[in-house]
Design a protein around this ligand. Structure first.
Ligand SMILES: *[C@@H]1O[C@H](CO)[C@@H](O)[C@H](O)[C@H]1NC(C)=O
Ligand SMILES: *[C@@H]1O[C@H](CO)[C@@H](O)[C@H](O)[C@H]1NC(C)=O
Ligand SMILES: *[C@@H]1O[C@H](CO)[C@@H](O)[C@H](O)[C@H]1NC(C)=O
Ligand SMILES: *[C@@H]1O[C@H](CO)[C@@H](O)[C@H](O)[C@H]1NC(C)=O
Ligand SMILES: *[C@@H]1O[C@H](CO)[C@@H](O)[C@H](O)[C@H]1NC(C)=O
Ligand SMILES: *[C@@H]1O[C@H](CO)[C@@H](O)[C@H](O)[C@H]1NC(C)=O
Ligand SMILES: *[C@@H]1O[C@H](CO)[C@@H](O)[C@H](O)[C@H]1NC(C)=O
Ligand SMILES: *[C@@H]1O[C@H](CO)[C@@H](O)[C@H](O)[C@H]1NC(C)=O
Length: 591
């Protein structure tokens, strides 16, 4: 038994104390160094690092990387001609100043080059025939440069190129057929440029293109014509493109689309047949637009949709059949809208498949959410941030036994929801940051220890020995170490902003003295007596008048029910949520 408690590192060390093993180890390590030298000696420029790697898929590779920054010339003469991957990059604050001509092709080309990255280097243009003869080149990464225009001659001879990344440049101009030599291209990214127009036949010869990213360009409109040449597209992104609407002809052309990202645009409405052509769509992002309603049958033909984000819009309503036919929907984000109530029918199609739902930042009362959660037993992740919640009842997730991730950050919780967490046994990610917690007790900490990812920052932690003492003990002895170290005291004022990492027990204020505590108990008891006396007196008074008032009250109550007959469910008291039986009759299960 005793032996088993040694850390495994000790056993290994003990093993190698044996002289024979030490000798073998020495031999093995020298031969490893020689192997990497013996095959082909790698020449390497001073300012770069070079190594040969082995990857079961790509085989052996010589990688050269020059990333120190402030470089004015690529030391191409000193780079090994057998290099497979060349990375020229620079830290953000030390950009290179480089130009590239046909340096990789003359006098003898880097025939084995598979990937070329020249990043953050202020490259102003690519130059003609720069990559001529680099038949094995698969990937070019020229992100974070100063390219303003590109043209077909830049990419001559790159018949095997599959990936071209040109994000974060200043590209304005791209003539027709810019990419006509790149007949194998699968991925093209042009995000964060200054492209205002897609000229006709821009993407000619890109029949194999699968991924296109045009995000963050001031396009304002998309010309359907250009999509005729890229009909196999699977992923299309145009976030932040100043789009107000899309000509649905485009969807008709790229009907195989599986992922569509149109976030951060200016869509105000979508017609019910907007996405009717996209029968294979799996992921749709429409967050950050100005949508105010999702109409019935909006996604009726997108039956494979799994991920739908409608966050940061102006939605007040999801129509009763807004999610019709979405029987594979797994992740739904409706956070940061103006939703204040739900139709339960809306969620009928997704009850068996929905795994995460984000309610954060709406005008939702907790009981609206509680009633919906009852019909979503499969749910694994729930976002309840920014809902001004002062507390969450212990039985809130009683129907959601599979809950793994819970975000209740940015609320007004003053006490740790210990009872709630004892009922969510599988929880692995928990965010309660940005609340008003002052302290965590022993039990709370023990519960948190069992949760893999916990965020507790930005609460109003009180740093006296009673409140923070136990937390400091847990900080030094348990897995909560790094979680607790990040916290900062909020009170008393003299310790505000001091982080737990630099805190010690002695620096904490002592607990309020026991004498004070006794006094407050006595004061409390006296108050209680007064209250009881007042209540008895009040009750005596009331019984006399009760008979007179009974009938009028009854009448009022009836009137009220008559006004809102359909709201009866939402009037249910929160405390008794657990006892309401889920209104399954509203949900045509399995339909
Ligand atoms: C481009 O190069 C930069 C710097 O090496 C790297 O961080 C980035 O991931 C690369 N992009 C792609 C798509 O390979
Ligand atoms: C980028 O190019 C433009 C126009 O060619 C030039 O005015 C600007 O100075 C360049 N920026 C840098 C950082 O080199
Ligand atoms: C590159 O493309 C050419 C022409 O299509 C082809 O013959 C060659 O095998 C390709 N090279 C590789 C490494 O795939
Ligand atoms: C739901 O899918 C079925 C089968 O594909 C289809 O017939 C029906 O029209 C769809 N519903 C809507 C509202 O589009
Ligand atoms: C839903 O997903 C499952 C696999 O996860 C798939 O077999 C099924 O065909 C999908 N249903 C629809 C309507 O796409
Ligand atoms: C909503 O919550 C999900 C996970 O629960 C998360 O992935 C997503 O980023 C959240 N949305 C926003 C807008 O914060
Ligand atoms: C909550 O709202 C604040 C302020 O609007 C925002 O900064 C924060 O990202 C939101 N948090 C979440 C999780 O939604
Ligand atoms: C806690 O984390 C700090 C810094 O990350 C580390 O130095 C210390 O050894 C850790 N203590 C325990 C008990 O894990």
């Amino acid at each position: 038994m005793g032996k088993q408690v040694w850390p495994s590192g000790f056993a290994v060390w003990h093993f190698f104390r044996n002289p024979t093993w030490q000798l073998l180890l020495l031999l093995w390590s020298t031969s490893a160094v020689m192997m990497s030298c013996s095959g082909a000696e790698i020449t390497c420029p001073e300012e770069c690092t070079c190594r040969s790697t082995f990857d079961p898929e790509a085989g052996a590779a010589v990688r050269v990387s020059c990333t120190r920054g402030h470089m004015r010339l690529i030391p191409v003469d000193y780079i090994d001609r057998n290099a497979n991957v060349i990375i020229i990059a620079a830290p953000r604050d030390k950009p290179n100043e480089l130009t590239i001509g046909p340096i990789f092709t003359q006098p003898t080309p880097f025939v084995n080059l598979r990937e070329l990255h020249i990043v953050n280097s202020n490259v102003p243009s690519i130059g003609q025939y720069s990559f001529w003869g680099l038949q094995n080149l698969r990937l070019i990464n020229l992100t974070y440069n100063n390219l303003t225009s590109i043209g077909a001659d830049n990419f001559r001879g790159l018949i095997n190129l599959t990936d071209l990344y040109l994000d974060h440049n200043n590209i304005e101009q791209m003539p027709s057929e810019t990419f006509r030599h790149l007949t194998s291209l699968k991925t093209l990214t042009l995000s964060n440029n200054e492209i205002t127009i897609l000229v006709p036949r821009l993407f000619r010869m890109l029949a194999k293109l699968l991924i296109l990213d045009l995000s963050h360009n001031p396009l304002a409109e998309l010309n359907p014509e250009v999509f005729k040449d890229i009909q196999h597209l699977r992923i299309f992104k145009c976030r932040g493109c100043l789009l107000r609407r899309i000509n649905t002809q485009i969807y008709h052309l790229v009907a195989n689309l599986e992922e569509l990202d149109l976030g951060d645009n200016q869509f105000k409405y979508l017609t019910s047949d907007e996405f009717i052509s996209l029968k294979r769509l799996k992921k749709l992002k429409l967050d950050g637009n100005q949508l105010s309603v999702i109409v019935d049958n909006m996604f009726g033909r997108n039956r494979e949709l799994r991920v739908l984000s409608l966050a940061h819009n102006r939605l007040a309503l999801l129509a009763p059949a807004a999610l019709a036919n979405l029987t594979n929907l797994t992740h739904l984000d409706i956070s940061h809208n103006k939703i204040d109530r739900f139709h339960l029918q809306t969620f009928a199609p997704v009850v068996d498949c929905l795994k995460t739902i984000n309610f954060s930042g709406n005008n939702l009362a907790l009981n609206e959410i509680a009633i919906l959660l009852q019909i979503l037993p499969e749910i694994e992740g729930v976002g309840l941030a920014n809902l001004s919640l002062p507390e969450i009842p212990p039985n809130f997730f009683i129907y959601n036994e599979r809950l793994i991730a819970l975000d209740i950050s940015w609320n007004k919780l003053t006490t740790f929801p210990f009872k709630l967490l004892t009922k969510t046994k599988l929880l692995q990610r928990f965010d309660i940051s940005h609340n008003k917690l002052q302290t965590l007790g022993e039990m709370d900490l023990q519960r948190l220890e069992a949760i893999a990812q916990v965020n507790l920052v930005k609460n109003t932690w009180h740093c006296d020995q009673c409140s923070a003492g136990t937390m400091l003990v847990y900080m030094t002895t348990t897995v909560l170490n790094s979680t607790l170290r990040q916290l900062k005291c909020y009170s008393p004022l003299r310790l505000r902003g001091v982080s737990f990492a630099e805190m010690s027990f002695d620096r904490l204020d002592p607990c309020p003295s026991t004498h004070e505590a006794q006094m407050s108990v006595i004061a409390g008891l006296m108050l209680l007596c007064v209250a009881v006396l007042a209540a008895v007196a009040g009750a005596l008074c009331c019984t006399r008048r009760r008979a007179a008032h009974y009938y009028t009250n009854e009448e009022k109550r009836r009137e009220h029910e008559h006004e809102h007959p359909d709201e009866l469910l939402s009037h249910t008291e929160l405390g008794s949520v657990a006892t309401i039986h889920a209104p399954y009759h509203l949900v045509p299960k399995g339909s």
